[in-house]
Design a protein around this ligand. Structure first.
Ligand SMILES: Cc1ncc(COP(=O)(O)O)c(C=O)c1O
Length: 426
């Protein structure tokens, strides 16, 4: 079956607006570690996907899934050792205060549940996000998805802070001044809710601010913001769907790098290595208060197979020392990406932590004018050269590089050499 035929069939049943990557969409049929293969046998280095967190089709994850699927799978209203063991193992990776888990099937559901929890526990409805965020697709969550919900369509109980962009916002300010300014922006929106007579419930941030462009934020910003949030009776929901499970190398959870302990944490993508497993971790008192007032049941979430998969992902992360790998290979990759800037004036900034990188493209380094067209062409050129990356940011001018955690120096060399070649070919 040739690709155009498959594409036409897809358009007919799923519509032309169902998103696909690349000018020539890929038909992937197989994966192995950091590699994926298309229907014609071409191999691509996956430097984009955090869902296959411990590598595509990791044999231990596949074995855990198939063995449990062969033994039993049920909905979640029976006792089963797997889900209890998984919840124990997972919560043990958090601070003692974050001691309870609830399971969902997607990051969207996790954020939906988190919003219900903070709204129930605060008695408020007002939630603050950022001006270029994505947190999922449910009715309540998409209201905070400022990428798709334009300001005129935003309901009064949702407010946003401007995208934090130290690369452009610095204006001679120290880190401490910038941190205070970003925290003050959160307070400003809390005050705006109060002025509008809307009770504040909390803040929902992706802890890597990934869609916003993966900014390198000044230390202390989030603690100051958290003080404002708590003073106003609200809660902080940390969305770890992109940053969690050791992506930053230095920490298991992205919020730890921000130097705070949130009230609620939402998990997704990497949690099941491709199996639909997601969840909420929160302070005991919040979950107990919420479940005391509301019944939460989810047919599939935390079933014996999902829990077996989740356990195997934690095992592989530990046994293959993948956080350490993210630190070491991440530092090497960042260094090589940064060195590219010496030859390519299009690169305005290179930043990142662990195995999460942003390469910001600008038409003019002094003016820092975004170069989205070049970013789009580069993503497609890279695909033609056998390396998968994406792009992010309010201007769509930032290359997003976020490979599976089993990325090695050799893979980094392939990535950076391909990027060098693609930049030359622009
Ligand atoms: C930060 C963040 N939160 C939540 C979600 C939603 O997750 P899901 O697609 O599993 O519903 C996404 C998905 O891209 C995300 O990037």
């Amino acid at each position: 079956m040739s690709n155009p035929t498959l594409l036409e069939r897809r358009y007919r049943v799923l519509g032309r607006n169902s998103p696909l990557f690349y000018e020539r969409p890929l038909n992937l049929v197989r994966g192995d570690g950091v590699w994926v293969y298309d229907d014609e046998g071409h191999r691509y280095l996956d430097a984009y996907n955090n869902v296959p967190h411990v590598g595509h089709c990791h044999p231990r994850v596949v074995a855990a899934l198939t063995q449990q699927a062969a033994a039993l799978n049920t909905h979640t209203r029976y006792l089963h050792e797997n889900v209890v063991r998984y919840a124990e193992r997972l919560t043990a990776t958090f601070e003692a205060a974050l001691s309870m888990a609830m399971f969902t099937c997607t990051g969207s559901e996790a954020n939906e549940l988190a919003l219900r929890i903070v709204r129930e526990c605060s008695g408020g409805t007002g939630v603050i996000g950022t001006a270029h965020a994505y947190h999922g697709n449910t009715a309540a969550v998409i209201e905070l998805g400022s990428i798709f919900t334009t300001p005129d369509k935003r309901p009064p109980h949702v407010r946003t802070v401007p995208v934090m962009d130290p690369y452009r916002d610095r204006a001679g300010r120290s880190d401490a001044e910038l941190a205070a300014a970003y925290a003050a922006a959160v307070k400003c929106e809390i005050d705006a809710f109060r002025a509008a007579g809307i009770k504040f419930a909390g803040v929902l941030f992706c802890t890597s601010f990934s869609s916003e462009g993966l900014p390198t934020l000044p230390a202390g910003f989030m603690q100051q913001a958290l003080d404002y949030i708590h003073d106003a009776g609200g809660y902080f929901i940390a969305d770890e769907v992109q940053s969690g499970f050791g992506r930053f190398g230095s920490h298991m959870w992205g919020y730890q790098k921000l130097g705070v302990v949130p009230d609620v944490v939402t998990l997704g993508k990497p949690m099941g290595n491709g199996h639909p497993l997601a969840g909420v971790i929160a302070r005991r008192e919040l979950i107990e208060r919420f479940t005391g007032q509301n019944v939460y049941f989810n047919t599939f979430a935390g079933n014996p197979v999902s829990a077996a998969v989740g356990l195997s992902v934690l095992d592989v992360l530990h046994d293959e020392r993948l956080l350490e790998n993210a630190r070491q290979v991440g530092a090497y990759t960042l260094g090589r990406l940064a060195a590219l800037a010496a030859h390519h004036p299009l690169i305005g900034d290179v930043r990142g932590t662990g195995l999460f990188f942003a390469v910001e493209l600008v038409g003019d380094r002094a003016a820092k004018s975004p170069a989205p067209a070049e970013a789009g062409r580069l993503v497609n050129l890279m695909r033609e050269r056998g390396v998968l990356i994406g792009r992010i940011g309010p201007h769509d001018n930032i290359l997003k590089i976020r490979p599976p955690m089993v990325f090695t120096r050799e893979h980094a060399d392939i990535l950076v050499d391909a990027l060098d070649g693609a930049l030359r070919a622009l």
